[in-house]
Each structure stands twice: as C-alpha cells, then as structure tokens.
Design a protein around this ligand. Structure first.
Ligand code: NAD
Length: 508
C-alpha cells in the first residue's frame, strides 16, 4: 500500500495533528470540551478527535463574522481579490495535504481528491474575474432622473456542506460569498471535517479574523447556524430531507435567503442507435464509482432501449467486476469505501430492499472478498435489472455504488419513467440523432442535462436542481449574484437650467 507521500504527510501525521474550530482570531476547542472521533473509512479505525461546536461557539463565530464584515466590504472588490489571492497561494502550497486529508477522512481515492483540490484552485483564479464584472444597472425609470441599482452583501453567510467533496466544496463554497463582500461561517460534514478546519487555519493566516469561521459538528451545529437571526443568507448542500429542515428552521427564525443543492435520482437515457461501448463507459463514469457512487450527479437509473438492454447489462456487469477496490489513499486506487459504517448500512439496506422486492441482482451486492479490506466500508459496484418504478431502489437517492437498469421500448413511457421521481438534478441522453436528443433534453425534468456525456461540470453553466433537488444555481455568475441583495437608488436631478443658474449665481 502506498499511503505515505514524501513531503505531504501520512496517516500518522494526520492522526497526530490537532484540529480546532476557527472562530474569529482563535483556534479553539469546543466551549463545552466536546469532541468526537473522525474515522478512516478505508480501515474503520478512528483517526483523531475533532471539537464539536456548540450553539455558543456558533454564536461567537457569527458575532465575529458580523464584526469583520463592514471592513471586509470596505476593501472593495479589488481589495478582497488581493486578499483572497493570498489564500489561493497558501491553498496551492497545501494542495497535497488537503487532498490527503480528504482521502483519509472521507475514503475518497487520493487521485480524485487531488483533482478536486486542483479544480478548486482553478476556481480561485476564475471567480475574481466574475466578481470584477458583476455590477448593478441603470434604468430609464423616469425622464431626466438617474435610476440605478447597487449590489449589497447580505452580511454573514452560513455555508453548510456535505461529505462527498470536502475540501473542494469548502473552498469554492466560500469564494463567491466572500467576493461579494460577505463574511462566512462554514460547517463541514461531521464525517469529513479535517480539510475544512485546516482551510480555516490557512484563511486565518492571510485574511482578517472573523472573515472565515469554520465550525465542525453535526445537526446541532448546523441548526445553530440556520437559526441564528444574524445569518440572513444560508447556502446548504446536502440531502433533500435536511434541506427541507433547513428551509423550515430558517423560516421559523426569520426571513432568510436560502439556496439548496440537494440530491438526485438521475436518469441516463440510451437510445437504440447509441454505441454500446461508449454508453457502458458513460454509465460507469456517470455513476462516479471512484467515490463509490456518492455523488449528487450519479446516473443511478439507466434507461436502455430494449434493442440494447441485454447486451448493455452483460457488458456493464463485466466492466463493474473489473473495477478494483482499494484503500483510498493508495495512489493506485480507483474506487474506495463508503464514507462511514452508517452509510454502508444505509446503502446495504437499499440493496436488500431491491432483492426482497424482486429486482434481479446482476453483480455486486456485498463487500469485496479481500481480507486486506475487511475493516473498511467497501461495497462492490452493484447493478440491478428487473426494477419496477415503485421500488425504493428506483425512487430514492441511494448515494452509493448501486445502479438500476431499466428496459424501454416506447418513447413517451420512457420520458414518464425518467420524470417519475420527486428529484430532478441531472440527466443524460445518449444518441446521435440530434433532433431527438434536444427534444428529450427539453422534456426531462432535470436542471443539468448532458447529451452524449455525463458527470463533467462546465464552469459558467448554472448547476442546480429542479423539483425537490433544490433551489438556486451554482458554479456560475448566477451563484455570485445570489450573494448580493439589490438596492434601487433614485436620484431626482431636476431641471438643469435651474442648476446652471445656481452655479453661475444668476438665480433670483
Ligand atoms: P446531509 O443532508 O446528511 O448533511 C449535509 C450537512 O447538513 C452536513 O454538514 C450535516 O451535518 C448538516 N446537517 C444535518 N442536520 C442538520 C440540521 N438539522 N440543520 C442544519 N444542518 C444540518 O448530507 P450528506 O450525507 O452529508 O451528503 C449527501 C447528500 O448531499 C446527498 O443527498 C447528495 O445528493 C447531496 N449533495 C448535493 C450536491 C448538489 O450540488 N446538488 C452536491 C453534493 C452532495
């Protein structure tokens, strides 16, 4: 196993590191001394204890963020860009460390996490240009007067994150609110807090205290952020269930602007003219098996035309059986474990429910037969056929390496099946017939659609869900704009001749 990289660190160094909440100018323990172990999903062993922020800690973090915000805003966009540029350089210098932390803490393959952090650094270069171009507008609202809009920050933004791309989401999650002149209280997921806490420390080295605060913890910590009256803008990424809770709790606490990036039960639609090899590879890439299918994008429902169905299933099963599972921080690993024992049990619950409901298990369905992986939370890539739309595996987001393959022959029936779930995040369409491809893209109830592709995000194209998959759009100008409130200003200019008379002293 290659688990140590020169100059980067190792499990041992991570375990002996100390991790603190980042609150204002302080790296601190939880105010009540509470800490909880974070686990290495590759082995099932605890790594290190992490402080769990109490509501009092959250209150302090929000207070610091409130105090820091006016000066942060006064810097102007160029001042903020300059300071965030220093953070970019520091993150870049710690790129391998952050990737390794995520790989150890989240069980995500090191290769994927290196790509994640590299992509986040790329975004640190992109966002400033977007922020420079953002502005209000002038309107011809009345003749002879000046009407314009100002973009104003909300103040304190609460950013709550899931476990599947820890460092990347922490970095790209704080950039647009900060560039817009807000300060941030950020909460990583309880399963994967390490990289965000480290990022918070780095931020404190180069940004004024209080601009970035990082509070680790679980539901109580998240709830304290959502319920805090001074947090007017909340950006939540996570499950539909918790997203609904956040909306409800936010509404109880005040009138808040909440964006939600939630789950998906994403259809991949294969037409009879598609090339089989291409779609099998597309299904595998689109399922994000590398991170064990724990991606909101994962095409967990594959709808294959009946002419190709049987051959597709056979080839898919053959390919899935060739994907080697391994310890996440082995640099050769293609697919790691699930993030936690709880997640493993949850996903296995779905596998069992599929079997019991009469779906046919084609491959996978249990842990790999490798004693070296016995302690971790590994689940083989799993595929079902004979799935009916009312089964739980057909309706719910499983968030694991489990794909259901459906056969279709009637176009309208296929569209109804694809749209017949409550979620609507992504979809993909595979055909060389451009007419049918675009028509189908229009019919699908999904916020992000690929034609002859999957999984890849194109920065600048708004990402977000329809239906219960969320509210708002990210990774685009729309995201930056969502961190501003708009103020309209009306200047009554009056008659220029009267003004000239005043200036020349010839009035009266
Ligand atoms: P989750 O909903 O369980 O947790 C997300 C975050 O919410 C965590 O930080 C958690 O501690 C916090 N939280 C829990 N209870 C809370 C409460 N009552 N109030 C406030 N915060 C609370 O999600 P997860 O298991 O970490 O992540 C997986 C989910 O995230 C999947 O549904 C996935 O599709 C979704 N996701 C969506 C996107 C997207 O862009 N649409 C991206 C990644 C993940």
């Amino acid at each position: 196993m290659t688990n140590t990289t020169d100059g980067v660190g190792s499990i041992e160094s991570v375990a002996h590191g100390s991790y603190h909440l980042v609150v204002g100018d302080e790296l601190r323990a939880a105010s009540n001394g509470n800490a909880r172990a974070t686990y290495d999903p590759s082995t099932g062993r605890p790594i290190v204890d992490v402080p769990q922020a109490t509501p009092a800690d959250v209150h302090d973090a929000v207070h610091w963020a409130q105090r820091a915000q006016p000066d942060w805003y006064e810097l102007g966009v160029e001042g903020r860009i300059e300071q965030l540029g220093r953070l970019r350089d520091l993150v870049s210098a710690h790129q391998e460390e952050l990737s390794l932390l995520d790989s150890i803490d989240g069980g995500h393959p090191l290769r994927s996490m290196c790509a994640d952090v590299a992509s986040a650094i790329w975004e640190m270069d992109v966002w400033p240009t977007v922020a420079r171009l953002a502005g209000g507008k002038t309107m011809p609202a009345s003749r002879g007067n000046l009407h314009y809009t100002l973009l104003m920050p909300y103040g304190v933004v609460g950013r709550i994150l899931p476990f599947n791309h820890p460092a990347m989401f922490a970095i790209v999650g704080m950039l647009p609110p900060l560039l817009a002149g807000n300060t941030v209280v950020l909460k990583p997921a309880e399963q994967t807090p390490l990289s965000a806490l480290r990022l918070g420390e780095l931020a404190l080295e180069v940004l004024p205290p209080g601009v970035v605060n990082v509070v680790a913890g679980g539901a109580d910590t998240g709830d304290a952020i959502v319920a805090h009256p001074a947090v007017k803008r909340i950006a939540f990424t996570g499950s539909e269930a918790i997203g609904r809770t956040v909306q409800r709790r936010g509404a109880e606490a005040g009138v808040k602007h909440i964006t939600l990036e939630l789950g998906g039960k994403n259809p991949m639609i294969v037409f009879p003219d598609a090339d089989l090899e291409t779609v099998v590879e597309g299904a595998i890439t689109g399922m994000n098996f590398g991170i064990s299918g724990q991606s909101c994008n994962s095409n967990s429902r594959v709808l294959v035309h009946e002419n190709l169905h049987d051959e597709f299933v056979q080839r898919l099963a053959d390919r899935l059986e060739q994907i080697p599972l391994g310890v996440a921080y082995d640099e050769h690993t293609e697919m790691g474990p699930l993030v936690s024992e709880q997640q493993y049990q949850r996903v296995m619950g779905y596998v069992d429910s599929g079997r019991q409901a009469g779906a046919k298990l084609v491959t996978g369905g249990g842990p790999p037969d490798d004693p070296a992986l016995a302690g971790g939370y590994y689940l083989q890539p799993t595929a079902f056929t004979n799935v009916s739309p009312d089964m739980r595996i057909a309706r719910d987001e499983i968030f694991g390496p489990v794909v259901s393959v459906f056969s279709w022959d009637d176009y309208e029936g296929m569209v109804a099946l694809a749209n017949g779930v409550d979620l609507g995040l992504t979809a993909s369409v595979w055909t060389n017939d451009l007419h049918i491809a675009h028509k189908t893209a229009e019919r699908l109830q999904a916020g992000y659609v690929w034609i002859n592709g999957s999984s890849r995000h194109f920065w600048g194209m708004p990402f977000g869900g329809l239906k219960n998959s969320g509210l708002g759009r990210e990774a685009s100008v729309e995201e930056l704009m969502s961190y501003y409130e708009i103020k309209s200003v009306h200047t009554m200019l009056g008659d220029p001749r009267a003004a000239m008379d005043r200036l020349t002293g010839s009035e009266g």
